[in-house]
Design a protein around this ligand. Sequence first.
Ligand code: SF4
Ligand code: SF4
Length: 472
Amino acid sequence: MYNPGSMKAEEFIDHDEILETLSYADEHKTDRELIASILNKAKQMKGLSHREASVLLACELEDQNQEIYALAKKIKQEFYGNRIVMFAPLYLSNYCVNGCVYCPYHLKNKHITRKKLTQDEIKAEVMALQDMGHKRLALETGEDPIHNPLEYVLDSIKTIYSIKHKNGAIRRVNVNIAATTVENYRKLKEAGIGTYILFQETYHKESYQKLHPTGPKSNYAYHTEAHDRAMQGGIDDVGLGVLFGLELYRYEFAGLLMHAEHLETVFGVGPHTISVPRICPADDIDPSSFDNGISEDIFAKLVACIRVAVPYTGMIISTRESPAARARVLELGVSQISGGSRTTVGGYVSPEPEEENSAQFDLSDRRTLDEVVRWLMELGHVPSFCTACYREGRTGDRFMSLCKSGQIHNCCLPNALMTLKEYLEDYASPETKKIGEALIGKEMKTIPNQKIQNIVTDRLEKIQAGQRDFRF
Ligand code: SF4
Ligand code: SF4
């Protein structure tokens, strides 16, 4: 029985409710009147239920689909402006005891090179990331209690925050590690993590069990209830995600939104981010062996419908996607992207020789961070290296209430411009710097509050003179 307030996975992600939602959406996919009323509700920018959003996803009326895209763009502008937050993944170890059939790190893959970074190697990776200009990382590691126990992750976080190399600093470490206990989440919180991210992969329990035949991750309920335990351990920013391509995308979409509704019902705060990875090639993995792959058009519609359904939730895409696919969804609602990523263990210091392969997936976007930053600016976006909310304690419900009050605008653009200025001063190529300076000049004029504009002008001068780390 569907119950968003339940703490049991099978009740807050209720299979029958998803099936009913899908048939309801099918029945109404050309119901002009209903779709118009859902769009009207969505225009209030307070979100939609999984059922309402599923009708929009199924909608087959071209003019109303265009309205969905237009609304997604409007919400993106309203809540995020043209800012895009930058981050990079850091792979610590690819040892893993699980048997996930879509991931090259699965235990039985014997032709992948297994690696685990030492603390010295982590230092070197972090300095390489700082030299690129990154300030925000997502830590990634396989699940292996012997090779990668929690203590290893905690030591690594400490190492990362301790490195101050030239003007560099990692100011926010998000963590993507296996489902664990409340006690361990508490330790991660104490270590100062930003968001705890865990992808569900698929919400379809039967498929989940087939795709995760062995290892601790095979326990669907334990995995699905992990964000609850993270919240109970004091982590108030959690990230959701599914791996599109494993199951029917409409099923996953409904499940994802039900998960968001569950977090909102139980903890009063929805997910901080939603990631939208699609399955892609990797060692031992052929995406064509998964028959639920989604086209570029469906991917764009998914992103637009997520944007409309949960306006306050950041949306993330990785370098799995090509530059063209990224450009399209950036407009429709994605607010964070990775740049200059390496998905190999130790790949920032030493790119891997051909015969080795420790990557979790093949990159579709192989550009440097400088190239990605320049490309974003040429498309009219403002790359942001801001980490201010986390560092000012604006997390969880404090972040959400600030976001919902509209006051976030007084922080985000100034912070984006100041962190972009730091990037331009310290790391950018001359060409990127030229484009960036012009962009900052133009964007400065759009800060509505004159007092804030004056403060930012002053701080930009100070950054030029060598000072760092200003924030609102
Ligand atoms: S998806 Fe994660 S848990 Fe599964 S094999 Fe890959 S690294 Fe391990
Ligand atoms: S001010 Fe907060 S919400 Fe805005 S970009 Fe910075 S960290 Fe994100």
